[in-house]
Design a protein around this ligand. Sequence first.
Ligand code: NAD
Length: 257
Amino acid sequence: MIMQGKKGIVMGLANKFSIAYGIAQSLKDNGADLLFTSQTDYFKTKISDIAKEFGNHEVMLCDVSLDGEIEKAFDEIHNQIGDIDFIVHSIAFADKNELTGRYCDTTRSNFLNAMNISCYSFTEVCKYAAQKLMPAGGSILALTYYGSEKVVQNYNVMAIAKAALETSVMYIANDVGSSGIRVNAVSAGPIKTLASSGVGDFSRILEIDRNRSPLRRNITQKDIGDACTFLLSDMASGITGEVVHVDCGCSTIGVRF
Ligand code: NAD
């Protein structure tokens, strides 16, 4: 129960296949009190049903692509539950028509939208968390993927957004560290979700990863959730500015016969 007495926000739950769902399960199993945000009213209804598993807090609307939404949501959250200990940012978006073919054919509008939702929003989340929600310190986590480090076919603009996100983690960790706030990312192995289904040939990526990884399997929601819980807990009190791979070791393999 390493999260006993801690409360926090999980952003990016869409359904029971979401990485955010696995993280929420692990956090709850370890004693945390959770509040969820939702991108739209449509998702809010679905998330509210799922959120009942995790307690009775209202789901807060927060479309992170819009000016003022994160600050407004965090103000409402503060009114409802007061100061918090952690935030999970499990959010990304790119036009699926451009998650196939050549990266260099990405349009300017998709590039900017992907960067806004998948990277800039994390910067704002950290800024307002530090200003409004975490006077006694805390821990903030983003989700990233290996496509930021090496070419993964079809990951395209999302890879560029993840590379920027990972660098943001370091810079923000430095900005807010003196307030006792830690900022990290988990680089998760591929797992089938609503978002990942938009990446061209995703089932082949899953298969290749399964065969390549030292553990000879794909990652699970629980693998990711438990690692995230550790990083959000006081057990990780000396870890900040890091990208931790939770990918069955896949990123460590160069050539294997
Ligand atoms: P998912 O579709 O379940 O979750 C993505 C979430 O992003 C959804 O809840 C969606 O509502 C939210 N979102 C998109 N645009 C938004 C906006 N404008 N405002 C607020 N929320 C918005 O998919 P997932 O795979 O669980 O993705 C969660 C995170 O994990 C993402 O950052 C993703 O890049 C990352 N990740 C996924 C994988 C994978 O293989 N699935 C691997 C590594 C990292």
